[in-house]
Design a protein around this ligand. Structure first.
Ligand SMILES: [Ca+2]
Ligand SMILES: [Ca+2]
Length: 198
């Protein structure tokens, strides 16, 4: 989960903020990462933006993959950092759009994901920004209750019965501390529960 959220943050940065370097537009497909720092270019080896079509449409910049088999669109406003804006992608590469990310000019961003392409969202995330104090919250079953929260460089917190706990790993197994007692827990489709004694 930590990795997932870290990559969510990184993905946002890659997908979005670095596009602030994209200030000129050509209709022919091109690699929009060319003006990015080298480390970011390496991180985006397989991202469709490396071969994308960009165009200004009205008050927006619009990017789409040059490869028609890839399903994605990225819409920015005409500000230096492209925010506010919207990104819609096929994260699991099954041919269906399944991830919508909306970001505002203060770097708050919401994303919603339809993991099984049935047209119904399965999870959503809210991230408070991109600085080191930012927190990402995830509701992994769309019941209106966040199930995990993550601060960059800190522990993953999990919600059990509406109470937040630090997720502790011991002998490669997950636990939470409840009233001083190390209590085993498990995640079922991203929702954390106390592991019942067997
Ligand atoms: Ca779904
Ligand atoms: Ca939930």
């Amino acid at each position: 989960m930590k990795t997932k959220i870290t990559w969510f943050l990184i993905g946002f940065v890659l997908s979005w903020l670095t596009w602030s370097g994209v200030v000129s537009f050509r209709l022919r497909p091109r690699d929009y990462t060319q003006s990015w720092p080298a480390y970011l270019q390496e991180e985006t080896q397989h991202h469709w933006i490396r071969n994308a079509k960009g165009q200004r449409l009205g008050n927006f910049r619009v990017f789409t993959p040059a490869d028609a088999s890839i399903t994605a669109i990225h819409i920015q406003t005409l500000t230096a950092d492209g925010l506010p804006g919207v990104s819609i992608e096929d994260d699991n590469e099954d041919g269906s759009l399944d991830s919508i990310l909306v970001a505002d000019s203060a770097y708050h961003h919401f994303s919603m994901t339809d993991k099984n392409a049935d047209g119904v969202f399965d999870s959503h995330d809210y991230t408070t920004g991109i600085d080191e104090n930012s927190i990402s919250y995830s509701d992994n079953n769309m019941d209106g209750q966040y199930d995990t929260r993550f601060c960059v460089g800190r522990m993953l917190h999990v919600a059990i019965d509406s109470q937040w706990y630090d997720l502790i790993h011991k002998d490669k197994k997950p636990y939470v501390d409840i009233n001083g007692k190390l209590t085993p827990v498990k995640a079922v489709e991203g929702v954390w529960r106390i592991l019942e004694e067997e």
